[in-house]
Design a protein around this ligand. Sequence first.
Ligand code: C2E
Ligand code: MG
Ligand code: MG
Length: 736
Amino acid sequence: MNIAASSDLPAARSGLVARLHAGLMPDYNRKATAYWWTVVVLGAVTIAFAASAVTTRLSASQCLQVMIGVVVAMLAGMFPVRIPRSKNSFAAGEIFIFSLLLLHGPAAATLASAGEALVGSCRTSKRWTSRIASPTMAAISMFCSGSLLESALGALHSRGWDNAAVLMGATTAFALAYFVLNTLLVTLVPKLKRNERLALSELFGNFGWVGIAYSGSASVAALVYLTFQQSGVGVLIAAAPIIALLLSTMHLFFRHQEADEAMRKSRLDAMEREQEQAQRHMEELQNIAFRDSLTGLPNRRHFHELLGQAIARGQDDARHQFGILFLDFDRFKLINDSLGHSVGDEFLVQISQRIQHHVRPGDVVARLGGDEFAILVEGTGCVDYAVALAERLLGMLRQPLQVAGTEINASASIGITSSAIAYADPGEVLRDADIAMYRAKSAGKARYAMFDVGLRTEISQRLLLEGELRAALAAGELGVEYQPLFSLATGTLTGFEALARWEHPQLGTISPATFIPIAEESGLIIALTDLVLHRACRQLRRCQEMGDEGKGLTMHINISGNDIAHKGFISRVTRALAESGLKPQDLTLELTENILMARLEDALPMLAELHTLGVRLSVDDFGTGCSSLSHLSSLPFDSLKIDRSFVQDLTRGSNAAIVRAIVFLAHALGKSVVAEGIETRGQFEQLCAIGCELGQGYHMAPSLTSQRVEAMMLGWAASRQVGYGSPVTRAGQLCH
Ligand code: C2E
Ligand code: MG
Ligand code: MG
């Protein structure tokens, strides 16, 4: 509802009038209401006057002609000729009304035009306000303009201008006056309702056709009148089919025009629809080509394009700066593997929204694929801004995320580079930001790193090594060596620790300290663990089959954080046991204290299951992490392996005290203790005195190839047969 109009409504209206007003004229304001009533009252008076004038001034036969004329006009009003491209129509009855005007004066025409308007308004409008007002307006217009014509013809007649041409001209002028007056009265209602001004152009634009049709009807009426005067009433009967023919021709012409118009419009509509559809397809294609379907962010391709534009801006104007942040999540694979891909997807969507929340409006956030995101920032001081943004994003990522009812603690490593390095190609920018991200990861993850040119060689070597490690693994070129473990009290061999070895054809021996982290980051560690697991299990089985010395031996295998996060790890272990014929008790899995602490929650159920199966578990490099012994007491571990840094510094009083405390507490908790890195007889004896059960180290034996292990075992078997001393003496000899 229009507030202005409603506030304008007459304030004090009550009872029936108010109800009538609300029901019939809810959209009429004060001015429109006053106008409507004025017109209706005036029109009613005009109709009443016209009726009395007809009955008093005309003879009975003339009254009959008027009645017939009124009925014909009303009947014609039921079948109007619709004007194309307009909501208006005119009725054929106008010819009869105008003829009545010329024959019997304005009163007769007033009744006929009111009758025709009543039929017309009932046909076109459901509102009683229109149905009442239309006939009264037609009556007023006809009475005024008809009276004007009557006086004009009288005046012309008195001056002797009394020919057919004058009649035709005057009638046509009357028709136009009638049209203008009637149109004005009708149009004023909506204008007053909407408090709008009346524009003449609008008036003639909308009703022009009706005006022309009226003039035509008026000319026909004048002809009818002239013929009637000369030939009497018979001519009217003869004229009827001609008029009917004329009107149906007009009707057909207009319908034809309307049909043409409709066809043209439908063709235009169809063309418009086709264009819209093509536009939509274009947009969809662009979306597919340039947007990431999961997050809706620009994809790698689009980002490349935007980055190219930023580079070009920098080339045009040396003051223009840009920076790039390259973001990679540290544990996304783990989320995907352990919680499923739909959770992984939801995680990415939430993360993308969070990132967008932290950037400025002009910054571009894109998903490059997988868990990689990139942000392009431009403008003066953008390098400082990029660093501040990286810090903010790292802080944001420290807040846990709720995904599908699970709380996820995510962290990302971010690499930053900027236009300070004169880039010419978007690929180079992304490559360097990726290298910086790599640096952040290898520096401990959950941090950012800035790119510098020296990083390129370092990283490219690392990437080269990763490729070669992959190939070496696939070709089975990686080796395994076995370092013997001994009981410190008796000197007997108790088992081996399997250690991966890589002999590179050009670079020579590559330390596990170099290639194990590469394998972990690239996901190759799963294959590497499997290789070591299967070979070591088979090796131990062969040792066990070589004689009594081999019977009770165990095999220690190092596993990584990625292994314990791997869903199929238990079946991988049981498969290796089954394939080699070992018992679960023959296998000890070593897990470093740091990995254990970082993955404790994820790993615990799997470790418990392995322990229930009978597989032994050992905490490797104990003392380097931040776990407490009491904490470890609740975990399913059988032994602790004291880190070699404690063993090597055993001569220092404080270290000896620490080792003593570890051994004491471990025993109190029912765990055994293994010492690694024993290099001297002194260390050996000291550890033995402290009560450490097992040990390994160069003092007893380094890691041995499979052949040397088997030669050693055969040697012991032979020495036992010929009555040599204890195996530990032989083992001790091996390291020299
Ligand atoms: P770790 O599990 O603590 O293995 C013991 C390391 O100490 C081995 O180094 C071994 O050669 C070395 N070592 C043994 N006795 C002595 C000694 O008397 N003095 C000194 N200084 N060192 C001694 P390695 O073979 O270089 O392995 C380094 C680390 O690489 C291992 O530490 C382990 O964490 C990892 N690693 C080796 N092989 C594998 C593997 O197959 N899988 C996994 N996940 N990690 C492995
Ligand atoms: Mg180990
Ligand atoms: Mg160790």
